[in-house]
Ligand binder design. Structure first.
Ligand code: SF4
Ligand code: SF4
Length: 281
């Protein structure tokens, strides 16, 4: 049986790809970024039970050693997330693709596509594949929001039903990337080139973190890789995202937000490289 851990579903979003889309956020990530704004999505719950007594409404229970969650009585206070010692969440639904497609069909008149995000959605690839196949049957567009730590070239089934990937390129420098995420960026950079070459790169996203990451070097390297595709008319977007210390863990709470001047400087580099669609968030 195929099933995924779903952290959250946004029925309608206009910022997760073109048009109005339903967005599925899956639980679990294979990076552990210091600046993550949703660190509770990184790990999968190990049923330790530490959050149960923190819940004021009884929405979480420990039943035969497993945590259960009742969304209908949750007041969204997030006390459970603060009590969790391992950056996990008990507020997760186990969902089969058929259930997800049932939700999608209810949204059909109002959406033109779906986006699957995370955590890291490719960790639950079989669910994503089944969901995308079903969404395509409904005539919907399909986008993935990925940290890039997945070998898309080796997966012959996923890209044919995926319109494009919104790829995080957090840091081009291998050592700084490993320090930030705990993982190599080898696959990320391979995917940057591969997805662009097969017309499946929807956009690149880089979070700009002043004083912590070599932001300009990353933007320059992304632009050097994509310039030939932009010159050929490929509509690959580049989204430059300001770091904001909201929801982040201790080590990043005092990192400043990048100023307008530095963001515009990075935008200028991308524009000069030929990107027609650079946005600053
Ligand atoms: S957010 Fe967590 S602690 Fe708060 S009511 Fe919901 S399950 Fe309970
Ligand atoms: S969500 Fe965290 S605290 Fe709650 S049972 Fe799971 S691992 Fe333990």
């Amino acid at each position: 049986m195929i099933a995924a851990l779903v952290n959250r579903i946004l029925p309608f979003s206009s910022v997760d790809g073109p048009g109005n889309r339903t967005v599925f956020f899956l639980q679990g990530c294979n990076f552990n970024c210091g600046y993550c704004h949703n660190p509770e999505t990184i790990h999968v719950c190990n049923n330790c039970g530490a959050c149960v007594s923190a819940c004021p409404t009884g929405a979480i229970r420990l039943v035969e050693g497993k945590v259960t969650y009742q969304r209908s009585v949750c007041c969204a206070c997030d006390a459970c997330l603060r009590a969790c010692p391992r950056d996990a969440s008990p507020k997760v639904d186990v969902m089969q693709p058929e259930q997800a497609l049932g939700i999608l069909s209810g949204n059909l008149p109002f959406i033109r596509g779906i986006t699957v995000s995370g955590g890291e959605c490719t960790l639950q690839r079989d669910f994503v594949l089944a969901l995308f196949r079903g969404a395509k049957h409904m005539g919907l567009g399909t986008l993935l929001d990925s940290n890039g730590n997945y070998d898309f070239e080796q997966d012959e089934e996923l890209l044919p039903v995926c319109d494009g990937v919104m790829l995080d390129v957090k840091c081009a420098d291998p050592d700084a990337h490993r320090t930030l995420t705990g993982q190599s960026n080898e696959l990320v950079l391979k995917n940057l080139a591969f997805l662009a070459s097969v017309g499946k790169l929807e956009e690149v996203r880089t979070v700009v973190v002043p004083g912590v990451l070599p932001n300009e070097d990353t933007v320059r390297q992304v632009c050097a890789g994509l310039a030939p595709y932009w010159a050929a008319g490929a509509p690959i977007g580049y989204k430059l995202i300001r770091f904001r210390p909201l929801g982040v863990r201790e080590g990043f709470r005092s990192v400043p937000v990048p100023n307008d001047e530095s963001m515009e400087h990075l935008r200028g580099i991308a524009l000069q490289a030929g990107c027609a669609n650079v946005s600053i968030l």
